[in-house]
Design a protein around this ligand. Structure first.
Ligand code: DER
Length: 238
């Protein structure tokens, strides 16, 4: 379909940015899946010498399936890297919404907590989208996923309402009861009826709620946006 052609174009463009010797962040979702597949091809066909830190069980399994070598943060020798240097050369990941200033909503796949850890370690954070992800303001089309300690869910829901959101507990499709994340926690999807005028203070406020592990607002983290188009072309925004 056109949507798949657009996602594939973005994913393959991201894989083309990768050079031997790079340590990568491997994102989660259907768009980054194309990048992981393309990286696997380059490893096999060109002997590309890379390794990546996966951002979910899904990304890890996909990387193994395609023969992309994996790393954990323990393998990076973080304490031997100067504080101002970056542990990863390039992290690639998808997004649910991208604002004009490249701020993101992420977490449709409930992977936002590990994704943010990995993106924060990268010298360059490349976001892979199709045009359907462009929004004028974050929260206008997608809720903000908030990963929460199950025992704290009632308190965090109340606080999110106080911040102007309508929170809904994310329920399983192939599982009865709440979705359980890779960390064994729950996800509250915080819906903002009119979108979010100023996402930065909201992100800070959500981070401060006791019982919250992380959320899907990625503010000021994006280096590049690769927009795949249905005709297979790619728009590169920096
Ligand atoms: O869940 C996530 O954070 C994904 O990266 C999501 O934001 C994008 O997934 P998609 O590429 O399948 O739309």
């Amino acid at each position: 379909t056109d949507a798949n052609a657009a996602k594939r174009a973005a994913g393959e463009a991201a894989a083309a940015l990768v050079e031997s010797g790079m340590r990568l962040g491997l994102g989660t979702g259907s768009t980054t899946a194309y990048a992981i597949e393309a990286l696997g091809r380059r490893v096999r066909e060109e002997g590309l010498d890379i390794a990546g830190v996966p951002t979910s069980f899904a990304a890890e399994r996909l990387a193994r399936q395609h023969g992309v070598p994996l790393l954990s943060l323990d393998d990076l020798g973080l304490d031997t890297i100067a504080p101002e240097a970056h542990a990863l050369d390039l992290a690639m990941d998808g997004a649910d919404e991208v604002s004009p200033s490249f701020d993101l909503t992420k977490g449709r796949g409930a992977a936002q907590v590990r994704e943010k850890v990995v993106a924060a370690l990268a010298a360059r954070f490349v976001v892979l989208i199709d045009p359907s992800k462009d929004v004028d303001r974050l929260g206008s089309r997608m809720p903000i996923p908030v990963e929460v300690l199950p025992m704290a869910e009632p308190a965090v829901s109340r606080s999110l309402r106080g911040l102007g959101a309508e929170p809904t507990l994310r329920m399983g499709q192939s599982k009865d009861g709440p979705v359980v994340t890779d960390q064994g926690l729950w996800v509250l999807d915080a819906h903002f009826a009119d979108g979010i005028a100023d996402p930065e203070p909201l992100a800070t406020a959500i981070d401060g709620l006791p019982g919250v592990l992380g959320h899907g607002l990625f503010i000021g983290m994006t280096s590049d946006v690769l927009v795949g188009l249905p005709d297979g072309s790619v728009e590169h925004r920096t």
